[in-house]
Structures are given as C-alpha cells and as structure tokens.
Design a protein around this ligand. Structure first.
Ligand code: ARG
Length: 577
C-alpha cells in the first residue's frame, strides 16, 4: 500500500497547509503515521490526528472532521472521523484498476525496490566449523543469512555471500591425533564427514576422561596442541591431512546447500587470514590501543562497558577477534562494501560488539557499516544440543527425515505425481526452512518436526500447496485476458488484493529489521486470503465472463506474490504437489 499511502498523505498534507499555511509537516512524515487498523471493519488505513493538534491549534476531532470533509481521491472509497482518527476505506475500483494491474505488469519484480543499486553488501553466514558436525544449530545462520542475501538482492544491492569456514584451530590438532590413533583412510573416503565427526567425538570423550586421570596416561590434550602447532609451522603431513579434512567436509556441506538452493560467492575461511593478521596486530600496537595484560595482548574496552577484546594469547597466538578484524579489513578492501552483515547465534553478540568497537577505535571509518544479526537457540522436541559429546541432530538427517515423511504423504495424496522424489525434497526441506523462519529470529525455537510438516496450519507445505493450487487453477483455465481491468465484486476479492498490495512494504520491513520472518508470516497472510477467495468464490463457473476473468487475474496475481515471496526465504516453487 506504499503507493496508496503516498497518495493519501499528499492530499492530507495539502489540506493541512490549507488550514494553516505555516504548518510544518511533509507528506512522507504523514505517510509514516498511517497505520493498519487492528480490525479491518474499521477501515483499511487509519491516521491518528492527535499530533496535528498543536500545529493547527485545534482539537484532534475537529481536525479529523475537517480533513474527512475536504480530502478525496479516486483511491478512497470512504473517510470517517472516529474520535480523532481518520479511517480510510480503499476503493475496490482502484484496487482492481491499479493494484492488480501493477502486480501483473511487474511480475517477478513486484515488491522489489531499487534503492540498493550501485551498493554492495557482504554477508557472512553459515560458516560451519569444519570437522565438527553441521547440526540444526547452524540452520539459523544458514537460512537467515541466505534470506537476507535474497532480500538485499531484491532491492538492488550487489551481494557477496561468504562462507567463513571455521577451517583453522585446535580442533584440527585433536582430529589429527584421533586420525593417527584410530583413523582409517579408506573408511573416511567412503564414510565422509560422518567418520570425521565420529573421530572428533571420540577424541573429545577421551580427553574428557583423561581430565580425571592424574597424571593423564596419554595427555591427548597436549598432543592435540602439538599437532596443531605443527600445522601452524607448515608441517607437510599435517597440512595435507588438514586439507583433506576440509575437502571432505565441504563436499558434505555442499549437498545440504544444494538442497536449500544456496550458493556462496566465496569460501574463504579462517585459515585464509593467517597471514593477514600481523599487519592489523601491528597497527593496533602502533596506535597504542593494545595493552599487555597478564602476558596476553588486549584492547581495553572498559570505557565502553565491555570486557577487554583479546588480540593475542600469552604464547602470541591469535584469536577469533583477531581474525575477524583482519577479515573485515580484507573484505572492505576487496569488495568496497557499503554494509557487511554477520549472522550468528546470539551467544556471539559480545564478540561482535567488541571487535566492531576495536575496528572503530583503530580509525576505520567504515566501522558503522558492520552489522551483527543474532538469532536465538534451537532445540529439537525439547532437547538442547551439544556438539562435543555428539548429542546432536545433523541438519542432513533432519532434512532426510522430513523428505521421507513428506514423500509418504505425497504417495498417499497424489500417487500419480511426476517427480515425486524431487517434490518431496523441495517440500520437506521447505517445511523446515519455513518453520524456522516463521518466528522472530531472536526467539528460542523448539523444533517440532510433526508441526513443521503438517499440510494445514501455518506451514511451508501449506504455503507451497497454495502456490500449486493457484498454478493448477490457471492451467485448467487456459486463456484469459490480463490486459483488462479487474472488476472487484465481492469482499473476498477485495481483501485478497489488499493483502497483495502490502508486499512492497513487507520487503522494506524485513530489510530494515533484518527479519525474514516478516516475509514468512506475510506468505501465510497471502495464502489465507487466497484460499478464502478460492473456497468462497466460483472461478471457472463465475456469474459472468468479466467476473471469471477478474478472478483468474487475481489468481495469477496471488501466484506472482507467493512466488516472489518464496524466492526471498529459500522456499522453492512447485507447480504441482
Ligand atoms: N565458525 C563460527 C561458529 O561456528 C561462526 C563464524 C561467524 N562469522 C564470523 N565472521 N565470526 O561459531
């Protein structure tokens, strides 16, 4: 309703100036004041007039009445003054003539904007730690991150998706020890990442067990540190093992990304920044920001209400923040970004606040272009996850389960469907993505698989099914004329178009708050309005040809909006389910 809001607020601004030519208010300020009334019976838009009271030296009720009497436009059916609120009803004629046409003409671009053109956004997301399991805790960063990328692309930004793999660190020391003790090359080649994770879990358990031995029999923890140290100084055998572990892990991740329709523009992981850190450490040292504290090098952030940011350990080795600083500098130089977005679990909030501040103190004037987007904790059927002990649900297993269950539902519902397997994959994976992205990202989520997979309720399968329903109506109808005006004759049609009119605004809201759930929830609004229309209005047997044509145009418009919105949250479009 952006366009409608714009028209209405311009008219209101004109009339306010007519009442008092010295009034200082712009149409865009008025537009921002327009609200959607909680109950559609009150109107489609409402303007509280209390703010104008001082400016116009009149009571809000009087102002609302004066505006109700003087404002008119083809898009307004009715204006009412209710206790200082102006309630607007949008005209069906306008909805049919302008809004539906606009959706159909814009097609795949409907809902998009162009304000990002010429600007670049770098998005750091998914970024699993190699050799550790890729579990449902990573679902958030992966699908929120990718949706934010799709959203930014939709408004014109050039986007660079970066998978900042956790491909360096002491976990590799552990894995090398485990591999040397218990590993089997062939088994790993055949079993892939699962075998690596088994080794990782086994070595962690062994290290934990040793913590209670005095003295520890094998001192595995120490051995792991040594193996990692060998990696750091370029030991050939260890480097070769490390490369192999990373390769095996990537093959596996890419299967999952493919199921989600995700591709990254860069896989430069933590290891890539090893030789880029010293320059930043040196800059920190020279600027006098870095202090020695108990042997370690830190940047004191007390003044900003935060604990110190650790730059170097006592033994001189670098840390997670050190690498992030070096990576940010490299990305700024390489991509000249206007914004860099990092999507991680909320547990990392402090880490990001700290090193963002350090970048700022270092004098990099782009520090305020760094954005951290956190999200809440995921549990599955009430159980929390722990990587080190192996008590995890792998993302690929969750997907496989969902695909299998959807597969059997499809077998029952539509046994003759072509590509049953591909559809089951799209709907199964889509169900998980949708369920996850339905909630406000900061909310902790308890994943209930049964709920996610249900075909009714606010789910992915329901949304995808609705899309397929619209496709099937259009397919059966064959030809119709979408160049004609849509002539709205009933409330269901009118409500549907009003929902469709909100899409461009929803895209803005989702980007402003880094919140894909705005789109996910909106999809349910569209699906609900469309299904209500579909059940209550005859399409093929409509009363007149004109009504039939209108209804087919509405079906096509709903399909367009659903499809465009799916494209923003990694949900695939299936024409038949
Ligand atoms: N690999 C890290 C983890 O799994 C996430 C990396 C996030 N990105 C970053 N630039 N720190 O916890």
């Amino acid at each position: 309703m952006l366009k409608i809001k714009e028209i209405i607020s311009e008219k209101i601004a004109e009339q306010i100036l007519a009442i008092n030519s010295a009034a200082e208010i712009t149409a865009s300020e008025i537009s921002a004041m327009l609200e959607y009334p909680p109950d559609a019976n009150m109107g489609d838009l409402a303007l509280p007039c209390f703010k104008f009271s001082k400016m116009l030296r009149r009571a809000p009720v009087q102002i609302a009445q004066a505006l109700a009497d003087s404002v008119s436009d083809e898009c307004i059916e009715k204006i009412e003054n209710v206790n200082g609120y102006l309630n607007f009803r949008i005209s069906d004629k306008y909805l049919g003539d302008k809004v539906v046409k606009n959706v159909l003409e814009a097609g795949e671009r409907y809902g998009s904007h162009t304000f990002g053109e010429g600007k670049t956004v770098v998005l750091d997301y998914s970024s699993p730690n190699v050799a550790k399991p890729f579990h449902i805790g990573h679902l958030g960063t992966t699908v929120i991150g990718h949706s934010l990328k799709l959203l930014h692309e939709f408004v014109g930004y050039k986007c660079v998706g970066i998978n900042y793999l956790g491909d360096w660190g002491t976990q590799f020391g552990k894995l090398i020890v485990a591999y040397k003790l218990w590993g089997d090359k062939q088994q790993i080649e055949e079993g892939g990442i699962d075998k690596l994770v088994e080794l990782y879990v086994r070595i962690n358990n062994a290290i934990t067990a040793e913590e209670n031995e005095n003295p520890p029999k094998h001192d595995l923890a120490n051995q792991a540190r040594e193996e990692f140290h060998k990696m750091e100084i370029g030991d050939e055998e260890n480097i070769a093992l490390w490369k192999w572990f990373v390769e095996i892990s990537l093959i596996e991740y890419q299967k999952t990304y493919k199921q989600l329709g995700i591709e990254f523009d860069s896989y430069k992981g933590e290891s890539f920044y090893t030789d880029k850190m010293p320059a930043q450490v040196e800059k920190l040292r020279q600027s006098g920001l870095m202090k020695i504290d108990d042997g370690a090098s830190i940047v004191d952030l007390e003044e900003y209400g935060m604990p110190p940011c650790l730059i170097l350990k006592r033994d001189g080795s670098t840390l997670y923040p050190t690498r992030d600083i070096a990576a940010a500098v490299y990305r700024k130089e390489t991509y000249k970004f206007d914004k860099a977005i990092y999507v991680t679990a909320a547990a990392q909030c402090l880490h990001f606040q700290q090193w963002f501040k350090v970048v700022d103190l270092m004098g990099y004037d782009w520090a305020d272009e760094l954005v951290h987007v956190p999200y809440g904790i995921v549990s599955l059927n009430g159980e929390k996850l722990a990587t080190r002990t192996g008590n995890v649900i792998l993302l690929k297993d969750l997907f496989a389960k969902a695909i299998e269950k959807v597969g059997s539902i499809i077998e029952e519902k539509s046994p003759n469907l072509e590509n049953k397997q591909a559809v089951a994959e799209s709907v199964g994976v889509g169900a998980i993505v949708f369920y996850y992205l339905y909630n406000n990202r900061m909310k902790d989520i308890n994943f209930m698989l049964e709920d996610a997979l249900s075909f009714d309720g606010n789910t992915g399968p329901y949304a995808q099914y609705t899309y397929a329903r619209a496709c099937s109506v259009l397919e059966k109808a064959g030809k119709y004329d979408d160049g004609k005006s849509a002539v709205i004759t009933c409330e269901e049609e009118s409500s549907l178009v009003k929902v469709l009119a909100k899409f461009p605004e929803k895209v803005l809201d989702a980007i402003k708050d880094y919140e894909p759930s705005v789109i996910t929830r909106y999809i349910i609004d569209v699906a609900t309005a469309f299904n209500r229309f579909y059940h209550n209005c005859k399409i093929m047997n409509a009363e007149t040809e004109e009504i039939k044509n209108t209804r087919l145009m509405l079906t096509s418009a709903a399909k367009t909006v659903l499809g465009n919105a799916f494209g923003l949250i990694c949900l695939k479009k299936e024409e038949k389910i």
